[in-house]
Design a protein around this ligand. Sequence first.
Ligand code: 5GP
Ligand code: MN
Length: 341
Amino acid sequence: MIDLSKYTKELSKLFSSSENILIICHINPDGDAVGAQLALYHYFKAKGKNVSLLAPNHLQEFLKWLDGADQINVFIKDRKKSRILIDKADLIVMLDFNHPGRLGEAEDSVTASKAKKVVIDHHLDPENFADLIISDPGKCSTSELVHELICEINGEEFMNRSYAEALYVGIITDTGNFEHGAYSSRTFRIVADLLDSGIVKEKIINLIYNNFSSDRIRLQGFALNQRMVVIPEFKTAYIYLSKDDMKAYNHVKGDTEGFVNMPLSIKGINFSALFIEKDNFIKLSFRSKGQFPSNEFASLYFSGGGHLNASGGEYTDTLDNTIAYFLQVLKENVWRFENQI
Ligand code: 5GP
Ligand code: MN
């Protein structure tokens, strides 16, 4: 964990000297990106700041109930308004990503903006693309990091219902409801305060996890039954889905979220991969247990990266060829699997 007090003086100065603050999450934002974004939004609102919100390309259905989500502008849906927001901002806060490519189509406008830029993130090895980069891979979520920074700047813990709901969503989605990731005893102390603020955790769990379409559940069944391959000698399992597979189940964006985690619940499986066929490439997601560096695997072979146990990448070839390549590099990495339990 990093010493946050090194950053809070400068961050506090940037916050107080800025009139128009724009908060941006990453492309295809997950619960943590949007949770951190809305928590910071509610903090600024309570402090009387002029604050706007931007997402590069999309907002997933299961996050739209969060208070303030309707205020998130989507760059590719209204480029003109989004560019105006970027241009008029004097401070841009970017959340939950470590390189500017994660801004999607908004990258050029954000890079060209004269605003001061801050990154708050918990991914490893951030690129240098802002005036202030606060990166702590020791935090389970960017939401937790945002909360810690706000506590320092505010002099005491900041809390209200909307803020607490956003933080709770960020923390549970990035830890798989406290199953994985860098959560700590401090995370639970924060969560205790969130619960004390009056949030209804059953309501949130239902809105986040028990909110699927029947098509999505059937696609999950199909993926596990027909498209999962288990390779015991590598302690590995993978799932692949073609465009046709997804069409057959009326796939909508976000439906395959979480699929990559499922093979890890098989006894003896420490590494899981998900292959999703896109228009011109294959998107890969990786998950691992223990010390298997899924991010190293993603960056060495699939132009990607991420966390030790959760990463992703892509490969520009057919689904069949990508799987063949994956199997080949697995063999080359056999030594990584030899000492695993
Ligand atoms: P997911 O499998 O949920 O899409 O992604 C898990 C993690 O992997 C994300 O938090 C992100 O950091 C990382 N990740 C996913 N795809 C990519 C990618 O294409 N490039 C990089 N650098 N990281 C990725
Ligand atoms: Mn995150």
